[in-house]
Design a binder for this molecule. Structure first.
Ligand code: FAS
Ligand code: PHB
Length: 409
């Protein structure tokens, strides 16, 4: 079997890339380890940057998003028992974010791919990559007990943090940068009205909390919890009680609770693998980087990676290779800025064990943030999403490495 691009992973990165390539007439197949139902059952991100929305529009998958997505022009911060609004729209020069669940986004992309008649093989757990350091890479797997061999021009590694693509690269060819956090997020989804019209990020002496939403009738909440906890440790009653303890009095009084329809524990980590290109293998999304969800960047970085990757591949098939040559550095310059913002906001809002001095620094920084127009503007431009570099931007290498390795074109 032959295709131009073999995409490993049917999460947001793989599916969005598949649609963008299809719109440019580039043939592709998507290979997914899990079932379609399993992928569609995941509850994850909730906030989309305008760049992500425009990428979905370019892919022709933005109709429901524009109907049902909630436009948010501000976010709220709560600390010391008080709330402060950051006017994203005014401070970012008219920009906003859209609240629309990743679950719905993945469903829209999945349905669009099926409607396009594009090949997607679900439940193929044994994908292996071959010869991606040549101009004739291959992907092998079994389907229905029979071996399948795909010959392609490129392999797109969109298979997330635990995928096979980054794991197929020789360790000596990878530079890994990582920071783990001594806590996780317990998340709860409920069909209850959200606390407010906007998101509320909370720094409380008991720990971080986040009041988010999926619609005007479905709420999404998170509380910081020890990594040693499990969902079994958190009854609905305990979750609602702890959340209420972390909220300012006015918010606590307005909180509407109800039975959870989903609860999950997410560990927090910062992670970047450099570079993102290895010959004809290109990594995108969580396969290459992870951010703590505090800054709502994970899904949005995946979208900007595949937007830049689709531009580079389109250029390749038009006979120019500079996009591919600069793909990794162009992505990494934006990724590291999002890593910084996500690390900074996580460090600012979470309670770190045995760090009273750090707690006082957090309070001073929060007071500075809400009291400074410049600091609020810096927050706003990062939260709504930094601009994409144009494809021909001369920017130098993003990483400390001396240039990128020789790669077959
Ligand atoms: P994904 O992990 O979504 O998709 C990768 C796909 O590849 C999966 O479907 C997987 O099954 C498949 N795969 C893996 N190995 C394979 C193999 N060997 N062969 C074939 N397929 C394979 N981001 C936010 O912005 N806000 C949040 O609140 C937030 N919460 C999160 C909670 C959790 C528990 C997790 C894990 C992540 C969260 N994220 C959040 C980040 C998340 O949204 C990711 O950034 C986003 O899913 C990235 O999309 P992909 O790169 O497509 O990776
Ligand atoms: C969510 O709604 O899941 C969400 C929103 C904002 C974040 C993280 C998660 O920063």
């Amino acid at each position: 079997m032959r295709t131009q691009v073999a995409i490993v992973g049917a999460g947001p990165a793989g599916l969005l890339l598949g649609q963008l390539l299809h719109r440019s007439g580039i043939d592709n197949i998507v290979l997914e380890r899990r079932s379609r139902e399993h992928v569609l059952g995941r509850i994850r991100a909730g906030v989309l940057e305008e760049i992500t929305v425009s990428a979905l529009a370019e892919a022709g998958v933005d109709a429901r998003l524009r109907r049902e997505g909630l436009r948010h022009e501000g976010v709220q911060l709560s600390f010391g028992g008080e709330r402060h609004r950051i006017d994203l729209h005014r401070l970012s020069g008219g920009r906003h974010v859209l609240v629309y669940g990743q679950t719905e986004l993945t469903r829209d992309l999945t349905e669009a791919r099926a409607a396009s008649g594009l090949a997607t093989d679900y439940e193929v757990p044994d994908v292996t990559l071959h010869a991606f350091d040549t101009t004739h890479p291959q992907v092998h797997y079994t389907r229905g007990g029979r071996p399948v061999r795909i010959e392609c021009d490129f392999i797109a590694g969109c298979d997330g943090f635990h995928g096979v693509c980054r794991a197929s690269v020789a360790p000596a060819a990878l530079r890994i940068y990582e920071r783990a956090y001594p806590f996780g997020w317990m998340g709860l989804l409920a069909d209850t009205p959200p606390l407010d019209d906007e998101l509320l990020y909370v720094n409380s002496p008991r720990g971080f909390a986040l009041c988010s939403m999926r619609s005007r009738t479905r709420s999404r909440y998170y509380v910081q919890c020890p990594l040693t906890d499990s969902v079994r440790d958190w009854s609905d009653e305990r979750f609602w009680g702890e959340l209420r303890e972390r909220l300012d009095p006015g918010s606590a009084a307005r909180l509407i609770t109800g039975p959870s329809i989903e609860k999950s524990l997410a560990p927090l980590r910062s992670f970047v693998a450099e570079p993102m290109r290895f010959g004809r293998l290109l990594l995108a999304g969580d396969a290459a980087h992870i951010v703590p969800p505090t800054g709502a960047k994970g899904l949005n970085l995946a979208a900007s990676d595949v937007l830049m990757l689709s531009q580079a591949l389109e250029e390749h098939y038009r006979g120019r290779s500079s996009g591919l040559a600069h793909y990794s550095d162009r992505c990494l310059r934006r990724i590291w800025k999002a890593e910084r913002f996500s690390w900074w906001l996580t460090s600012l809002l979470h309670r770190f064990p045995d760090d009273e001095f750090g707690g006082r620094l957090q309070h001073a920084e929060l007071e500075y943030l809400v009291g400074s127009e410049a600091a609020r503007a810096a927050f706003a431009e990062n939260y709504v999403g930094l601009a994409l570099e144009p494809p021909d931007h001369p920017g130098g290498p993003a990483s400390g490495a001396a240039g990128s390795r020789h790669d077959p074109q």
